[in-house]
Design a protein around this ligand. Structure first.
Ligand code: F6R
Length: 610
């Protein structure tokens, strides 16, 4: 969603800010803007469209020697995408500029009051009220004006503010929306996301809720919402800036698909002992009694992370023998869920900033459940809310459509299920040893699947004009079908629906004809024969069938139009490998249709609003 970057230092501010904004592009946006202080005046440039199209406005024609400024990429919530609604937003006399992420819930009331007092608004946004509120609270002390303004505000915010009369400082503060401060040498940064500043510094301070900073060239002072000073420690971000580059691939999504073997190695790294059949998840912080007391597990997540959770349900029920429910975070939070101190809630999130997932965690905690986070982004908001953690170590995921984080979530869930199953004596050491061994060879097996990219591209060229797709899977691979369909629809804009194969005859079979391609996951498993029977029903109705099968499966060949063969793996690991051809297929279809694969329309990487 929206992105913020602020810079103060010794370089041309609009270059650094524009560069930071391009690194935030992946979050999704429809407009962008930059404001700098130059020779005692504030200059603002903003417009709708992609950064590459408005670069001239923001940088080339914006000759400025300024070395302080803020920038923003906006993903419209209040007010349509337009130059007026783009950030930064100013006060009546453009002496203050604010870049804001989040939502000001009481903005209508505030706007009315400020308008009655004579403030003139230029946009339809909620964010603009912040600039006017700061203006009306300004008595010469910039930081205090921001703090006083926020006393009137309900909602979520991460803001970076500059003031014409204070050309040597950026004031920033957050509540619920993430914000970080980056430490350089004679230069410092503010950003909503580390990827914006990774190329300049890896020394980062993560602000907590209600914390802010006055950021100067030569130092930073941290404070909380009451104005009291707070001590903050910088941490060294271990994400490599190169990981946030395309590295020769045409899109981040393709690069991230190809990174998946290494991601699995990283997720497993140092967490297993093959000799002893043991799994170590250090940040888990669940005690033996916590694990024995657990009578039920509830997984909450959104989107792709939710589908990872659905695989988690199959894994945990099979390996730990505890009932598991997997719920959409947006549903869980509003349905008075039945969780208590004997329920373990697992929240899964790549970004750790998804508003619905965070709210679901708060709901679970208010009901005394223990909450475990399976998270990618270090120090994200979710990591601060949970009792224990399993980091998935996928590295920065830039493509809006999640791929490598999904694979890492599945790997982490497998480790977790094996560990819990062993502790609860459902699994013996031999079984765990065997699965660790299989997990370790999985990356090589996935490399073999990635080598089939030309075959999958060819298939994509045949089906790129399809109007609709049906994805079918059963058991562990029903969620794989759901995830495959999601990938196709979000980046290629082709309607795709997924069904549990056995459910097809209860309705969706009516859709089958020679115009409806069916993507079926039918690798060897306990439900292979059952799935095959379901596919015969498709074949009998002239449906065109693409089947994801296990290498050497000769039975299925004569009944399908196309097969993609995958190396044989055990049932519990099959979702990790089976989704790879589906990711590639979606990627190639979107690319062949000439679409913006990394930033699909209407989508945002990290959904920080409800
Ligand atoms: C789909 C996708 C989204 C996210 C969802 C949750 O490709 O990326 O569906 O999975 O918005 O995001 P996180 O995992 O950051 O909570």
């Amino acid at each position: 969603m929206c992105g913020i970057i602020g810079y103060i230092g010794n370089k041309p501010a609009n270059d650094v800010i524009f560069d930071g904004l391009t690194r935030l592009e992946y979050r999704g946006y429809d407009s962008a803007g930059i404001a700098v202080i130059d020779e005692g005046a504030i200059h603002v440039r903003k417009d709708i469209g992609k950064l590459r199209n408005i670069r001239r406005l923001l940088v080339d024609d914006f000759a400025s020697s300024s070395s302080i400024g803020i920038g923003h990429t906006r993903w419209a919530t209040h007010g349509r995408p337009s130059a007026f609604n783009a950030h930064p937003h100013g006060d009546c006399i453009s002496s203050i500029m604010v870049a804001h992420n989040g939502i000001i819930e009481n903005f209508m009331k505030l706007k009315k009051r400020l308008s009655d007092e004579g403030h003139e608004f230029k946009s339809e946004t909620d964010s603009e009220v912040l600039a006017h509120l700061i203006e009306s609270n300004y008595r010469g002390d910039f930081r205090q004006a921001v703090l006083d303004a926020l006393k009137h505000v309900e909602g979520a915010y991460a803001i970076a503010v500059i003031h014409q009369k204070h050309p040597d400082e950026i004031v920033c503060i957050r509540k619920e929306s993430p914000l970080i401060v980056g430490l350089g040498i004679e230069e410092n940064f503010v950003a909503s996301d580390v990827t914006a500043i990774l190329q300049y510094t890896r020394q980062v301070v993560y602000l907590d809720n209600f914390e802010g900073a006055v950021v100067r060239r030569d130092g930073i002072s941290f404070f909380n919402i009451t104005g009291a000073s707070v001590e903050k420690k910088a941490v060294q971000v271990d994400w490599n800036p190169v990981a946030a580059e395309k590295g020769g691939f045409s899109h981040f999504m393709l690069k991230e698909i190809f990174e998946q073997p290494q991601v699995i190695r990283n997720t497993i790294g140092g967490r297993t002992s093959e000799e002893e059949g043991k799994i170590y998840l250090e940040e888990l912080k669940l005690t033996g009694p916590d694990i024995y007391r657990t009578q039920r597990i509830v997984i909450v997540a959104c989107g792709t992370a939710y589908y990872a959770g659905c695989v988690g349900k199959y894994l945990i029920e099979k390996l730990v023998q505890i009932p598991v429910e997997c719920d959409l975070a947006s549903e869980f939070r509003y349905r008075s869920p039945l969780v208590d101190a004997n329920t373990l809630v697992i929240a899964i999130s790549q970004s750790g900033e998804t508003a619905d997932t965070l709210a679901a965690v708060k709901e679970a905690k208010s009901r005394k459940a223990k909450v475990l986070g399976i998270v990618n982004a270090k120090e994200s908001s979710l990591t601060r809310e949970v009792d224990g953690l399993v980091y998935i170590h996928a590295g920065p995921e830039i493509g809006v459509a999640s791929t490598k984080a999904y694979i890492a979530m599945l790997t982490a869930l497998t480790l977790l299920a094996l560990m819990l199953g062993k502790i609860r004596s459902v699994l013996n050491s031999e079984f765990v040893k065997e699965k660790i061994k299989e997990l370790k060879i999985l990356p090589q097996q996935i490399e073999r699947v990635l080598e089939k990219h030309d075959q999958i591209r060819e298939l994509a060229s045949i089906y790129k004009h399809a109007r609709s797709f049906l994805y079918l899977g059963r058991g562990f691979n029903y969620p794989t079908a759901l995830e495959g369909a999601l990938k196709l629809k979000e980046i290629s804009y082709i309607h795709a629906e997924a069904y549990a194969a056995g459910e097809m005859k209860h309705g969706p079979i009516a859709l089958i004809d020679d115009q409806m391609p069916v993507m079926a996951i039918v690798t060897q498993s306990d439900v292979y024969d059952k799935t095959l029977s379901n596919l015969k029903e498709v074949q009998a109705r002239s449906g065109c069938l693409i089947a994801i099968v296990t290498e050497g499966d000769s039975e299925i060949r004569h009944m399908t139009d196309h097969v993609i063969e995958l190396p044989a793996v055990s049932d519990i690991l099959s979702p990790i490998i089976n989704v790879i051809p589906l990711q590639l297929f979606a990627y190639f279809v979107a690319d062949l249709r000439g679409l913006d694969v990394d930033q699909p329309r209407n989508l945002a990487k990290s959904v920080t609003v409800e």
